[in-house]
Each structure stands twice: as C-alpha cells, then as structure tokens.
Write a protein that binds this ligand. Structure first.
Ligand SMILES: [Zn+2]
Length: 396
C-alpha cells in the first residue's frame, strides 16, 4: 500500500508512505494507493488505560447514584457475582475493540479485574488477545480490591501473571491502610522482577491530598534500578497537592521515567464527589508534567459501565476533555497535545518502531485536515490503516 501526499505530524513534511509486509518500507509496490491530499496522516493511536472486562454492562439495575468510584466498584462486584461469564464478556469486548479500531486505535492496554477466584474475565481476554489480531492487546492484572484487603488477592494476582497477563497492576490507595499501600508498591516490583513484567498501576485515584503513593512508586523504581516500564494511571490526588509538594513529586516522576496515564473523561466525572462547592476539577497536572518532560498519555478508561455511562471508543474525546479541564488551549500545548495519543502513548505501550521511518509499524490514521488542532476539534472523517490495509472508514 502507498499513502500518497501525506502530511507528517509533527514535522509538517509532505511524503509518500509505502507499506509492505505490515511495515513502512521503500520497496512497496504501488498496487493499492490512497491519496491523502496533503492532509495530516498520523501513526495510529494507542489506548493505554481501559477496562474491557466491564465495557457495556450499564443497565437500569447498575446505576451509580453517588457517582463515586466506590459505588462503581460495589456495582461491578454485583455484576461479577450474578452476570459475568465468558460468552457475554466475549461479545462485549469484541464490540469495544471494533469501536476502538474504527477510531484509529491499533494498540490497547486493558486492565482485567483479577479478584474473581475463577479468573473468568482474564482467561477469556487471553483468548481474545490471540484471536483479535487487528489490535495489539496487552493485559494488566488489576487487583480491584488491592493486594492485602483479603488473603486470596495476592495469590490470584500471581496466578493471573502465570496464566499470561502482560503487566502487574496495583491500586495502593484502595488498600485498607497506608502501610498496606506501601507494601503493595513493593510487592508489584517483586512480582514484576520475578516474572520479568512491566508495571501498570492505578495510583492515587482519589481527591485525598494525603494519598502520596506515586512518590514511593517512583523512588522504588530508581532504588531497584528497575529496567521494565512503569505506568501510573490517574494520579488525581496530585490535583489536590499543595504546589510545592506537587513540584517535588513531578520532578521525581520525571527522574524515574514513570509513564503517566491520565483519564480525563472518567475523572472529571468521578472526582469532586465529596466536595460541595467550590468543586475541584478531577484530573492530574498534565501541563506541569509535560513541562518537566514526563511522558504523559491519555486513556479512555471506561465505556458504559458503573463508573461512566458514556464512552465512544474515540481517544480524541479524552483529549478534548483534557484540553478543557487542564486547560491546554494555548501554544505550544494545544498544537502538541495530539502527541499524548500518538508518540507518548506508543512509547508507554513499549512500541520501538513508531513513526514514518523505514521499518516502523504500518498503522496510520488518514485525516482530512492540514491543521492538527482541527483533528480534535471536528473529530471527523478518518481512514484507519492497519499493517498496510484499510480497516475502516469513519463517518463517510
Ligand atoms: Zn482504571
């Protein structure tokens, strides 16, 4: 396949992208050509934080009245007990993957709740990962109730990793005590080192300014000289930190090279629920972290589940929300914000060959604009290319 007249972003150069054998290649024949008309063609999106096991379960019996994270977890526990099985999960997950793919996502990192003694969702997702080849899927073993709130939790987490989960999850703010939270950070590194895995955590997803597990996560990576990748999802407590402490911890995150994944849609909805007015905005300090060269990516987190009654599968929605909530509406942040879905996200996912160069992955999104801001402003027609093959045409 050849994509002619493609405008690069960043770069703003007009090039022909030749794809052969699924990769960018000089040798591609011109049997199938798409003319991008000098519009921007970006390497595909990566979704770094989503919960595929709970997509599309929203129903009239699963309404989160308080809008809190905690009520969402209680409703999800009910669903797992009475309704979850491999067959219905398979249908929901495939629907979500198709939706994500149609919006230009060809890499997905999903959390899977591993507090279920049968690990039903995990086993089915491992099967889907092998079958659904249009998306590269990574699975994070997510201890929804922490590692130490029940004696079974650690055993299940380790079993999930042995069964084939890619990343070790953790949620220190959901442990019963501060000490258990710290212990869970250490245990995540112990497991990751033992099984040669990466770490992908829910960290400080609370409004509580005393929730400071991110500093332990960062310091422990440095202390151990941990060579895998570490992602910290949410970090919403940082919104409530005093400025001096936030500055200190952001520098530490930068030094430790922790990837940060903000989930603006969900946290604008879930945070501030214990406030009256004035009410906080619920997302982490994206702008300050970008200033300190932290690798920040964005996640969708939820699609129609007890935590979020919406969700479109379009990463541009998360970006649109981040631009407003932070806000990031002035240069250079606005123009460069797309990188949080492209280069930053691919880097956090662990992609080595990403971009327009020889040997890079042949996954692209053809837009119909020459202005990077308009991609998020209008979110309209895009052609999605997977390994040199047109997989979808959106809104055409
Ligand atoms: Zn999450």
């Amino acid at each position: 396949m050849i994509i002619k007249n493609a405008r690069t972003f960043p770069g703003n150069n007009i090039i022909d992208i030749r794809i052969d054998g699924g990769k960018v290649s000089k040798d591609a024949s011109d049997s199938f050509t798409v003319d991008a008309g000098k519009n921007i063609v970006i390497p595909s999106f990566s979704e770094l934080h989503i919960h595929l096991d709970s997509v599309f379960i929203m129903s009239p019996t699963l309404i989160n009245r308080s809008g809190t994270l905690e009520e969402g977890i209680a409703l999800w526990d009910e669903y797992k007990k009475h309704s979850l099985n491999a067959d219905e999960l398979n249908i929901r997950v495939r629907k979500a993957l198709e939706l994500l793919l149609s919006n230009g996502v060809t890499r997905v990192r999903t959390n899977v709740d591993v507090s279920d003694p049968d690990l039903t969702a995990l086993k089915e997702l491992i099967r889907i990962k092998k079958e659904f080849t249009d998306i590269d899927l990574q699975i994070t073993a997510f201890p929804q109730h922490g590692m130490y709130t029940d004696k079974m939790n650690m055993e299940l987490l380790e079993r999930a990793i042995e069964l084939g989960a890619d990343n070790v999850g953790l949620a220190p703010h959901l442990e019963d005590t501060f000490e258990d939270g710290i212990k869970s950070v250490k245990s995540a590194y112990d497991l990751a080192e033992k099984y040669h895995k990466n770490i992908d955590g829910h960290i400080d997803e609370t409004d509580d300014p005393e929730s400071r597990f991110i500093e332990y996560l960062a310091k422990e990576k440095i202390r151990r000289n941990f060579t895998g990748s570490v992602a910290a999802g949410h970090l919403t407590a940082m919104h409530s930190y005093n400025n001096q402490y936030a500055n200190k911890v952001i520098k530490l995150i930068s030094r430790a090279k922790i990837n940060v994944v903000s989930n603006p849609l969900i946290n604008m909805h879930l945070q501030g629920r214990y406030d009256s007015y004035p009410r906080i905005r619920g997302i982490t300090r994206i702008k300050e972290m970008l200033d300190y060269k932290v690798n920040v990516a964005l996640g969708e987190d939820c699609i129609m589940d007890p935590w979020y009654p919406m969700g479109s599968g379009d990463p541009l929605d998360a970006l649109f929300m981040a631009l407003h909530a932070e806000p990031l509406m002035a240069p250079p942040y606005l123009e460069n914000s797309m990188n949080m879905l492209t280069y930053n996200a691919a880097s956090a996912f662990g992609v080595r060959n990403y971009g327009y160069s020889e040997g890079d992955e042949g996954d692209f999104i053809i837009t119909d604009t020459q202005n990077p801001v308009e991609i998020v402003q209008y979110r309209h027609k895009r052609l999605v290319v997977r390994r040199g093959r047109l997989v979808n045409e959106v809104n055409k």
